[in-house]
Design a binder for this molecule. Structure first.
Ligand code: NAD
Length: 470
């Protein structure tokens, strides 16, 4: 895999300040596929200076021109779609078809939406005798995870650029090659030097330096709740804006009268796609106790249609998880599920292949709400099916975790499903299989985060307001 031996700062690839490196491993075969420099506080400082220097010019660029440049970036992402998909499959291990459609496809849609929004957004409004100006916050420190390596980057960079902010990105250490490809795309699109800067490195060194840097006005973080809490505390102490997109433990509530077969099939797919490494994965399936056994058989049959293996093989529907640590963590949860009395109906802790960090698609039945597997985010292909007594019981279970990111409700009719969804403590709910909407605000209630991404709500995160009275 192609890799740059430097940081993208001020519109060029510059040598890193230190000598430490990060090796990139293909999780499907455990082979090293490349390496990038591990940035230090010095690299971060240089990148923040470049972003700060570029800020006045970019903020003063007319929004329609900013939009046109985001459009040019989208066009590069389209032109290099195959290369992006191959890089993501090599770093993340997910099947190539999924990489092309979702990992490379969604960011094109997101970039497109912000190209349009930049041009059409009302950056000024009248309220009584005041004109309210919506101005860019300033320099953004963006810290992203590996699970949707390009989407998470574009979901921060595109709205920040649309708003008139400049950025420094610190991507996940597991997927830095995708981030370097993105920096190349930014360059190719002709976005002015210093507007976007990339520092690869580890979380505790480069990430921490970026979150704490006094030249950063807003920290936008996507990742684990544990690190999010730390970043929130650092930002709070400096009275700095912060946006946190964190973990989830989303409920897929199937009410009596719903199309059970469809609800189970879609629900299983939601968990197995990306090897269960989606923050909004519907990992808790709530089914009325009278339909529990039927749902269990349907789910066991549905996971059988997810063969794991080589991500480049077109027959493969599920790849490995990201690394050995994550594989061991997921296995630990499966063992704990069995120990705590859940009934294993598919998969289990045994490795399905000799090489690669694979986990067999796993389904647990008879899961009770207080079990560890029903409370903690597993981030692997593990589905828990929980029986409930009645609607109130289902609601109590659905709302009974510290998280509130995604969710789904299936019912005989839309009205019943919407009535239930209104009572859920969560940021997103899919009604009877409603599709993901790239313009709808995405983010969490409770410990799933602070702030929203995507669409006009996502753009607003990068703006601050000034009132002029006349
Ligand atoms: P992580 O929190 O370990 O890492 C995320 C990013 O933070 C990486 O770039 C990492 O280098 C950096 N980081 C780590 N420690 C840091 C520190 N002390 N200071 C600053 N930066 C630091 O999470 P992960 O394991 O890479 O990602 C998986 C988690 O992300 C899951 O919990 C998942 O639910 C969550 N996630 C949430 C969303 C969402 O939109 N809500 C989306 C994707 C992933």
């Amino acid at each position: 895999m192609k890799a740059h031996d430097g940081m993208y700062i001020g519109g060029e690839w510059r040598p890193a300040a230190g000598r430490e490196r990060i090796e990139v491993v293909n999780p499907a075969d455990e082979k090293i596929i490349g390496g990038v420099p591990a940035g230090t506080a010095e690299d971060v400082d240089e990148a923040v200076r470049a972003a700060r220097a570029a800020f006045p010019g970019w903020a003063a660029t007319p929004p329609a021109e900013r939009g046109a440049l985001i459009g040019a970036l989208r066009d590069v992402l389209i032109a290099r779609k195959r290369e992006i998909a191959e890089t993501i499959t090599a770093e993340l291990g997910c099947p190539l078809g999924f990489s092309e459609m979702i990992h490379a496809g969604a960011p094109i849609g997101v970039a497109s939406s912000f190209a349009e929004l930049a041009a059409s957004y009302a950056f000024e409004e009248r309220i009584g005798n005041s004109t309210v100006l919506l101005e860019p916050v300033g320099v953004v420190g963006a810290i992203t995870p590996w699970n949707y390596p390009l989407h998470q980057i574009v979901a921060k960079v595109a709205p920040a650029l649309a708003a008139g902010c400049t950025l420094v990105l610190k991507p996940a250490e597991e997927t830095p090659l995708t981030a370097q490809l993105f920096a190349e795309a930014v360059h190719e699109a002709g976005i002015p030097a210093g507007v976007f800067n990339l520092v690869t490195g580890t979380g505790p060194v480069a990430g921490q330096a970026l979150a704490a840097h006094e030249g950063v006005d807003l920290v936008s973080f996507t990742g684990s709740t544990a690190v999010g809490k730390q970043i929130g505390a650092t930002a709070g102490a400096a009275v700095k804006r912060v946006a946190l997109e964190l973990g989830g433990k989303s409920a897929n509530v199937i009410l009596p009268g719903a199309d059970l077969a469809k609800a189970v099939e879609v629900g299983v797919g939601h968990v197995m796609n990306n090897s269960g490494q989606s923050c909004n994965a519907l990992t808790r399936m709530l089914v009325h106790r009278d339909q529990h056994e039927e749902a269990v058989s349907l789910a066991a049959a549905a996971v059988a249609a997810y063969p794991s293996g080589d991500p480049l093989d077109a027959a493969t529907r599920i790849g490995p998880v990201i690394n050995a640590k994550q594989r061991d963590r997921v296995r630990g949860y499966i063992v704990k599920g069995v120990e705590e009395g859940a009934r294993l109906v598919a998969g289990g802790p045994d490795a399905p292949h000799e090489r690669g960090y694979f986990i067999a698609p796993t389904v647990f039945a008879d899961v009770t709400p207080e079990m560890t597997i029903a409370q903690e985010e597993i981030f692997g292909p593990v589905l828990s099916i929980l029986p409930y007594e009645d609607e109130d019981d289902a609601l109590r279970i659905a709302n009974g975790t510290v998280y509130g990111l995604g969710g789904a409700v299936w019912a005989a009719d839309q009205e019943t499903a919407v009535a239930f969804a209104r009572r859920m403590d969560t940021g997103q709910v899919d009604i009877n299989g409603g599709r993901f909407n790239l313009l709808a605000p995405f983010g969490g209630y409770k410990q799933s985060g602070v702030g929203r991404e995507l669409g006009p709500h996502g753009l607003a995160e990068y703006l601050q307001t000034k009132s002029l009275q006349f």
